[in-house]
Design a protein around this ligand. Structure first.
Ligand SMILES: Cc1cc2nc3c(=O)[nH]c(=O)nc-3n(C[C@H](O)[C@H](O)[C@H](O)COP(=O)(O)OP(=O)(O)OC[C@H]3O[C@@H](n4cnc5c(N)ncnc54)[C@H](O)[C@@H]3O)c2cc1C
Length: 340
């Protein structure tokens, strides 16, 4: 049933107030097919919503919001190296990871407790503690609402890179054309733990887990996340607010000469990834507020809504933090969430 003038405030983890002119919950591919022939919705702007945990609502949306709630998770096959596991776009990501671990299918443990839905995970190629979901995706199914056909995207078709994919490119995610309906993961039969990430290895060492199981890694990831990140149910936020900037080696070397303690991670292409949180902290914004919004006191990369914030408050803090970081370091910060 298409609902009108639907409040989205409880459907975005930053808790920004906004309404959608039309709102529809999608629970099956057949329902999307029916949608493509509904003349009353033809030509209307569309946006596909998951759990709203990577979203900044900049105001009311005058189109149709489609909330992807397609359920289901199952083992669909295997090859010599991998178990093939499929999940519906509407499955809760965190519950899905726990379910795979409960079945002894390791490989997603580092991505434990990331809020959001399975369908959104490929959109920004979610990543944490040294693993990106792109490493585990075999293919996904997406319904093209223009052609009325379901398409299969291989990992290559998805054009994954750091916190992005073909689905996050300009003109794709904001036109609501492609609705990801199901994602299939390849989870390794011969699993190798990924525990090099500093916070994670420190947590495992503190727990005296020197050859940890996937379950133990998941528990450690969850413990670190609980310590460092605010729970959106208590303090509304959208996770990391800026992408970690990737700069040329020459620029990184210049900055390292001035700030020897600056975290810098060389990339395969010769460039260097800097830590956006560290840059914001050094620009003086950690724990600091501007009106009802601010950067979290335990993790400067997280912009939080202390209560009653509106889109203009978020925009003002975004601008001033970007400007201060640019002045101090000559580095541009790009927001990580999608702005609608
Ligand atoms: C506390 C906190 C911690 C976080 N930690 C991390 C982290 O460690 N690593 C990380 O990578 N991210 C992190 N995030 C960001 C967020 O959890 C992820 O980006 C997540 O995948 C978003 O899922 P969602 O369902 O909420 O997507 P939404 O916010 O609803 O949507 C995000 C984008 O995906 C699109 N989309 C959603 N579903 C579909 C679909 N079925 N088909 C097509 N397009 C779709 C939307 O149109 C939009 O463009 C964090 C967020 C919070 C609040």
């Amino acid at each position: 049933m298409v609902l009108e003038n639907f409040a989205l405030t409880r459907l975005n983890t930053l808790a920004l107030p906004a309404h959608a002119a039309r709102y529809l919950e999608i629970r099956s591919t057949e329902q999307i097919e029916a949608l493509t022939t509904d003349h009353s919705l033809r030509g209307m702007r569309r946006f596909v919503l998951g759990s709203g945990s990577n979203l900044v609502l900049t105001g009311d949306f005058d189109g149709l919001v489609l909330r992807a709630l397609i359920p289901g998770r199952r083992l669909v096959g295997e090859d010599a190296g991998h178990w093939h596991i499929s999940a519906g776009a509407g499955e809760n990501w965190s519950d899905f990871v726990q379910w795979t671990l409960a079945h002894s299918w390791a490989g997603l443990e580092n991505l434990s407790m990331i809020p959001g839905s399975v369908g959104a995970a490929p959109v920004q190629n979610i990543g944490a503690y040294g693993v990106e979901v792109a490493d585990r995706i075999l293919w996904l199914a997406a319904f093209d609402t223009i052609t009325g056909k379901s398409m299969r995207f291989s990992r290559k078709d998805c054009c994954f890179s750091y916190r992005t994919s073909v689905f996050k490119q300009e003109g794709w995610h904001l036109d609501g054309r492609h609705i990801i309906t199901e994602v299939t993961f390849g989870l390794p039969k011969r699993w190798l733990p990924q525990i090099a990430y500093a916070d994670l290895s420190a947590e495992l060492a503190a727990r005296k887990k020197f050859a940890p199981s996937a379950q133990e890694i998941a528990r450690s990831v969850i413990a670190v996340r609980r310590r460092k990140l605010p729970d959106p149910a208590v303090l509304p936020n959208a996770g990391s607010f800026f992408q970690n900037p990737i700069v040329y080696a020459k620029k990184a070397a210049e900055l390292s000469a001035i700030y020897p303690e600056m975290p810098a991670h060389p990339q395969a292409d010769g460039r260097v990834k800097l830590a956006a949180g560290w840059l914001i902290e050094c620009a003086g914004w950690k724990g600091k507020r501007l009106g009802p919004v601010g950067f979290y006191e335990k993790q400067a990369l997280v912009l939080v809504n202390y209560g009653g914030a509106r889109a203009a408050d978020v925009a003002a803090l975004t601008r001033v933090a970007q400007s201060d970081v640019r002045k101090k370091f000559g580095v541009d910060l790009v927001p990580e969430p999608v702005f609608l």
